[in-house]
Design a protein around this ligand. Sequence first.
Ligand code: BGC
Ligand code: CA
Length: 170
Amino acid sequence: MAMLTVLLLLSAAFALGDAISSGNRLCPRGWTQYGSRCFMFVKTARTWPEAEASCLLSTEICISLEANLASVHSSEEAQFLQGVVFSETGEFTPTWIGGMEAFGGLVGKGRLWIWSDGSKFDYQNWNQEEPNNNGGREQCIVMNFGGEQGWNDLECGNVLPSVCVVETFD
Ligand code: BGC
Ligand code: CA
C-alpha cells in the first residue's frame, strides 16, 4: 500500500512538473512542441528562400506567423526533427532547415553559417565530408541527407519539403 502511495505521488509530481516545465505555453494547431518552441513539417517542396518565406507568411495556415525555417541546437532536437519528418512521410526525407551561409560565402576565411531565426549557430550535424560546397554554390542546409541522414550543404534552389519553427506563446 505504501508503495502504491509513493507511486501515485511520484506520477502526480511528474504530471505537475510537465505542466510547469512547459509553462502552459501553446503551439498553433498542427504544430508540435519541443522545449519552448513549436515545429511544423511543410510537405510542399520549395526552394530554400521560398520555404523561408512560407514559414514567415504561412499559406498553409493562412496567417502571418512570423515563423522561420527551423534552427537546430542539439542532437536531441535533431533527432526530434527527424521523428517529425518520419511521422509525416514514413521516411527520413531530405528537408530544408534554417541554416544558410552568410554574406554569399564572401567572408574570406572559412565559411560563416547562420540560422534564419537569428539564433546562435551552436550545434552542427554535418555528414562526413560536408559541408563541401560542391560546385561552389551550396549555401543552404538540408537535414536527412544521404545514407548518414545528417546535414549537407546544398544549392538553395533545390525544391524540398521544409520544417518551420516558432516560439511557444501564452
Ligand atoms: C554530395 C553532396 C552534394 C550533392 C549535390 C552529393 O553527392 O555528397 O555534398 O551537396 O551531391 O547534389
Ligand atoms: Ca554538399
